[in-house]
Design a protein around this ligand. Structure first.
Ligand SMILES: [Zn+2]
Length: 75
């Protein structure tokens, strides 16, 4: 799949924790397949429920939706 912005650049695929994202190395754009966003939202919901039930202050704050995505590209 080509980048819709750069036209001539082929998107790279990254898969992390069951979520696949296509990203453009040129403009750093990120594209999610249909359904992948739902998976992230679902994970986020689970995280919220999990952290509400848990009062362990030593644990880092749960990743937000954006953190989740950024984390994929920080490695
Ligand atoms: Zn691009």
């Amino acid at each position: 799949m080509k980048c819709p912005v750069c036209k001539d650049v082929t998107l790279l695929m990254s898969e992390k924790r069951g979520i696949e994202v296509d990203y453009c190395p040129e403009c750093r754009g990120i594209w999610l397949d249909r359904g992948e966003l739902d998976k992230i939202i679902e994970k986020e919901k689970n995280n919220k429920i999990f952290s509400e039930n848990q009062e362990d202050e030593n644990k880092p704050k749960k990743d937000s939706f954006i953190d989740e995505i950024l984390e994929i590209f920080s490695e």
